[in-house]
Design a binder for this molecule. Sequence first.
Ligand code: PHE
Length: 339
Amino acid sequence: MNLEELEKLKAESIAAAQGATDAAAIEQVRIRYLGRNGLIPAVMKQLRDVPAVERPAFGKAANAWRTAFEATLRERTDALAGAGEAAGPAFDFTLPGRWPQAGSIHPLSQVVSEVARIFARIGFTVADGPDIENRFNNFTALNTAPHHPSMDQSDTLWLDDDLLLRTQTSPVQIRAMMARKPPVRIICPGRTYRRDTMDVTHSANFHQIEGLYVDTKPVSLADLKATLAYFAREMMGEGVGVRFRPHFFPFTEPSVEVDFTCHVCGGKGCRVCKQSGWIEVAGAGMVDPRVYRHVGYDPEKVWGFAFGFGVERIAMIKFGVPDIRYFYENDLRFLEQFA
Ligand code: PHE
């Protein structure tokens, strides 16, 4: 072996390293030149057979070969890794897995389902009606005076002279009574619309649940109160009291506003209930005879009550939600609390 031959081997080894196109090929070249039986160690071993005068030059050349070859291998390895990264990161088997995000039922839907379950136990079924109503079902049949302010453009979202987005779920009462004979025992959950400005407690699109019980035997205000007291206990827990305050609705007579004892202070008086101990939750009353006439019932032969409340309001009280807007923003941090 002389210097000339060494330089030739060196050139070959570097060409081989440069020609390697993947990690396996690089490894093969490395083994061929640097492995235990590789060419470079073999040449190093021949060093002692080289005549002493030539030995330093030969040794130096052999070392230079090794260094140059190793540098070429490193370059190739780096270049291939760079190309791999550009094609996409290597799959890391040690990373924790990604769990599929399971959805959950919206808190307002949870309240609607629970209300339906509670009333189902005392014989109420769920009735449905359209969001787009006509003047008759939403106002006239509900005994609303022709120029009542609630019919104003500023309160109601009218679609034309007759059609509107229902302002309450009460029109479903009318539909139910026109479609069937008493006894009628229904609750009607649904969307309602009013020309309101969004704030902490108001939304232009909210949800109500209407209740209606009409029978051919006497039904009294006491039955209404017992029904709502049962509902209050089932929905809010034992010990929740109910009180009626006189009020006015066109379609009920007498009419009442319904209060539950304050969920925060239990009736002692606090900031939430404005020191009164009570929270207003619903409107209710005995169905007005004029409403019976509108739907073709004989007011002398039927008795009944109706009530209605806001789903958001019940949900805010039950879950302690301070702002109605949380229900509509679909922020997962909010929704996940109800999973
Ligand atoms: N519809 C009434 C409202 O939106 C509530 C109500 C329903 C009152 C049924 C009495 C009877 O305010």
